[in-house]
Design a protein around this ligand. Structure first.
Ligand code: NAP
Length: 308
């Protein structure tokens, strides 16, 4: 029987682990499919306080893990298959094994959103990717034109990173202004290798019959005109979807799947708390996720004191 099980190992999960470990609750962290979460796929994180020179995303997450483990957090590379929150202790099925928990902190984060266009699924890992940091340096992308879809901070970050490898980087955005923060937008639009393609979407990724990306069919949303842009890679950075599917029948979510928190980090089930991007469609920063992980840990600790 675990006192606290934390599902997820991003900034929210590890911060919740640090605080519950220091409260001597020996939390168990289930890392999920991507230990360290989405931040491990970023290069330099420049906006996490305390690192004036910036810090590599993977290193930041490794440090968070070490810090939580130093105080007694336990780590398991498990994936939660189902959860039963109908009575306490709660029951989780992790890689086929049952686990009992007095409290649960859901910190499952979010996953990359897909475009849903022809060719995207078929050519995934054959030129279509959701992570420039992971795949950008592959030989097939070197000195080739590359396409990034999206207009937020992620798309700008991907485009800037890809300038190291591609001959030029086309940033395809469905409007004519970027959603990205001012500093990222300025850096991106000021880069000599980045060419914005405004008011346009990727309508199809070519070429499924050749089993590799050879181009992107772009559609101008204002004129309806379609053009083919030859390229070796399409990097999709159009936001994220919360990883909450397995809790949906028991935990209240909004229409987009984000968990609806009540007072503090509470959910509709007493004893189940939520932290990080799976409940946040507004801020979505590493530091806000970490802050909510701290809050969830304090809420769980107080709940356990009141409901031993
Ligand atoms: P985001 O801010 O939600 O931006 C998503 C972008 O994709 C938007 O430009 C959106 O267009 C576009 N988009 C969405 N669905 C689309 C579709 N079906 N077809 C074409 N385009 C589509 O997501 P994000 O860039 O991943 O950023 C998420 C959060 O993480 C933000 O809070 C961001 O500030 C933060 N972040 C920060 C950094 C950094 O500071 N270095 C880096 C990465 C992420 P519209 O603009 O028209 O809606």
């Amino acid at each position: 029987m675990e006192k606290v099980v934390i599902i997820g190992s991003g900034p929210a999960g590890w911060t919740a682990a640090l605080y519950t470990a220091r409260a001597q609750l020996a939390p168990l962290v289930l890392t999920g499919r991507q230990p360290g979460g989405l931040l491990t796929t970023t290069t330099i994180v420049e906006n996490f306080p305390g690192f004036p020179e910036g810090i590599d995303g993977y290193e930041l997450m490794t440090r968070m893990q070490k810090q939580a483990e130093r105080f007694g957090a336990k780590t398991s590379f498990g994936i939660v298959e189902s959860a039963d929150f109908t009575r306490r202790p709660f029951s989780l099925v992790v890689d086929g094994e049952k686990l009992a928990a007095q409290t649960v902190i859901i910190a499952t984060g979010a996953s990359h959103r897909h475009l849903g266009v022809p060719g995207e699924h078929e050519l995934e890992n054959k030129g279509v990717t959701y992570c420039a940091t992971c795949d950008g340096a592959l030989p097939g992308f070197r000195n080739q034109p590359l396409v990034v879809a999206g207009g937020g901070d992620s798309a700008c970050e991907e485009a800037l990173y890809l300038t190291r490898f591609g001959s030029e980087v086309f940033l395809v955005h469905r409007r004519d202004t970027l959603r990205a923060s001012k500093i990222m937008a300025e850096r991106t639009l000021g880069h000599p290798k980045i060419r914005p393609v405004w008011d346009s979407v990727v309508a199809e990724i070519l070429n499924v019959t050749q089993d590799k990306v050879t181009g992107a069919k772009l559609k101008n949303l204002k004129t309806g005109a379609e053009t083919v842009l030859p390229c070796a890679g399409v990097f999709i950075a159009i936001g994220h979807m919360p990883n909450t599917q397995i809790f949906k029948s028991q935990i209240t979510t909004d229409e987009n799947g984000f968990i609806v928190a009540g007072q503090g980090t509470t959910t509709n089930v007493p004893g189940v708390f939520v932290a990080g991007d799976c409940a946040d469609h507004v801020y979505r920063q590493a530091i806000t996720a970490a802050g909510s992980g701290c809050a969830a840990a304090i809420d769980a600790e107080r709940f356990l004191t009141a409901n031993p």
